[in-house]
Design a protein around this ligand. Structure first.
Ligand code: UD1
Ligand code: CA
Length: 466
């Protein structure tokens, strides 16, 4: 099959049942657009061409990010107007070759697995068409697989066209088909829209294949999650939960102790060393690495971060690495209610407490900012203590500037360090100071109005009523 496979992904439909301005295939499952899930899977197939059929919201769909692995192979064709799945493939046909197999996928079936697609493509031959089917307890809405007395597939009948007896059939079409390329064009040309939805159904290819003496192979899967189609917000939310359940179970099997697999969300990749504990309601995004024995408290959101062994992140903390990433050393204490933004690099045993925000700053080993503070664009030395209510004023309204705090310095409460500024090692800045010039090492700097107590002051007395 290698080198002889072309793939079509249909993504032109309006997705009316989503009741959304956003094209259906761009709705997200586990943080990624549904179409992206399909394309990431297709990227591992070694197809020679991949054609995505767009239509409704075409600009948006075509602008969405695609896997690097498909660069040079992926093309878009626009189907205008959208007159059904068979019509969609007609638009793709000029980009397909006749000498191989054409694998046709629905863009709204996001969790289809690469192995399943490989097996289906392998079941198609010049004289055989292959379909992926599944038996569902509730087949409502799906095309039904009609078989003859000998059990051979005869046709797919859409829900809206099905008779009462056909609606009782529980074997359904999953939306994935592998068609011999040499036959495809001829069959597409013969499609008609004489049906309940006045659409050209791709599924009508099956009856045509049977009529032409081409074998129809129904490859059955048992995995309803893998082939679930998303047509409504309810179905999307149900598939999200099913997918998250699987991811949670994979983490549990790997030894991660999730407090509750039903309250765990992974929208990316999570790599955990031994003895990691994760409390309820946490969300992980991008790529997150947790070292041995890391504990994550309830309701943390952690994206694109590396957290080293023994560190504890207390509840309600938000770690948001984005491109620059966040790194937290070993045996650190973060939160509760801490916010680590892109470029936060914390050394071993750093403490960042409640309502402390750190952005694009390095805190060396043992540094502490325990309460109500902002550290932006700063380099903070070892064992520095940054007091409650203190901030680095890193932004002059136009440019950002750096603050450097030497090892063992102590910044009192409610200080403003106006960058660019350097606080010398081992020095102390008195509480309430506004520091705009560098301070020498080992000194006490106090930069606030001197305290006065006025002796001749008289307390006001209450005026007599008139
Ligand atoms: C389709 C199948 C049904 C199957 C189900 C599985 C047909 C006629 N029916 O039904 O047998 O059980 O998938 O999920 O194929 N699209 C286009 N252009 C169009 C119409 C649709 O590109 O003109 C795209 C949609 O964006 C979507 C996919 O094709 O990604 C499927 O279309 P949808 O309308 O959702 O078909 P279903 O009713 O789910
Ligand atoms: Ca669908």
């Amino acid at each position: 099959m290698d080198g002889m496979l072309d793939v079509v992904v249909m993504a032109a439909g309006k997705g009316t049942r989503m009741k959304s301005a956003r094209p259906k295939v761009l709705h997200r499952l586990a943080g990624r657009p549904m179409l992206r899930h399909v394309l990431d899977t297709v990227a591992s197939l070694d197809a020679r061409a991949v054609v995505v059929v767009t239509g409704h919201g075409a600009e948006q769909v075509e602008a969405a990010s695609t896997p690097d692995a498909l660069a040079g192979k992926l093309g878009f064709v626009r189907q205008e107007p959208q007159r059904g799945t068979g019509d969609a493939v007609r638009f793709a046909a000029p980009s397909l070759r006749a000498d191989g197999t054409v694998l046709i996928l629905n863009g709204d079936v996001p969790l289809i697995a690469a192995d399943t697609l490989r097996a289906l493509a392998a079941a198609a031959r010049p004289d055989a068409l292959a379909l992926l089917t599944i038996e569902l307890d509730d087949p409502t809405g799906y095309g039904r697989i009609v078989r003859d007395g000998a059990g051979l597939v005869q046709a797919i009948v859409e829900q809206k066209d099905a008779s009462e007896a056909q609606r009782a059939i529980r074997e359904t079409y999953t939306g994935v088909m592998a068609v011999p390329g040499a036959r495809l064009g001829g069959w597409l040309a013969r499609l008609s829209d004489d049906n309940a939805q006045k659409e050209f159904y791709l599924t009508d290819l099956v009856a045509m294949a049977v009529a032409d003496g081409v074998a129809v192979q129904a490859v059955r899967t048992r995995d309803a999650v893998e082939v679930a189609g998303v047509n409504s917000p309810l179905q999307l939310s149900q598939l999200e939960r099913a997918y998250q359940r699987r991811q949670a179970e994979a983490q549990l099997e790997a030894g991660v102790r999730l407090a509750d697999p039903a309250r765990f969300d992974l929208r990316g990749r999570l790599h955990c060393a031994a003895d990691v504990e994760i409390d309820v309601g946490c969300i992980f995004e991008g790529v997150v690495e947790l070292g041995e024995g890391v504990r994550i408290g309830a309701h943390c959101v952690i994206a694109d971060a590396r957290i080293a062994a023994g560190t504890v992140v207390h509840p309600f903390s938000h770690i948001q690495g984005e491109k620059a990433g966040v790194e937290v050393g070993g045996n650190a204490r973060i939160g509760p209610f801490a916010r680590l933004r892109p470029g936060a690099r914390l050394g071993d045993e750093v403490h960042v407490g409640n309502f402390v925000e750190v952005k694009n700053s390095t805190l060396a080993a043992g540094a502490k900012a325990n309460h109500l503070a902002y550290l932006g664009d700063s380099t903070v030395g070892e064992r520095v203590n940054f007091g409650a209510g203190s901030i680095t004023a890193n932004y002059d309204g136009v440019n950002k500037h750096r603050t450097t705090i030497g090892d063992d310095a102590s910044i009192g409460s409610n200080c403003v360090l106006i960058a660019p500024v350097t606080i010398g090692a081992g020095g102390t800045v008195g509480g309430g100071s506004t520091v705009s010039r560098d301070t020498p090492p080992g000194t006490l700097t106090v930069a606030r109005a001197r305290q006065v107590s006025l002796e001749r002051w008289k307390k006001p007395t209450k005026k007599a009523a008139e």
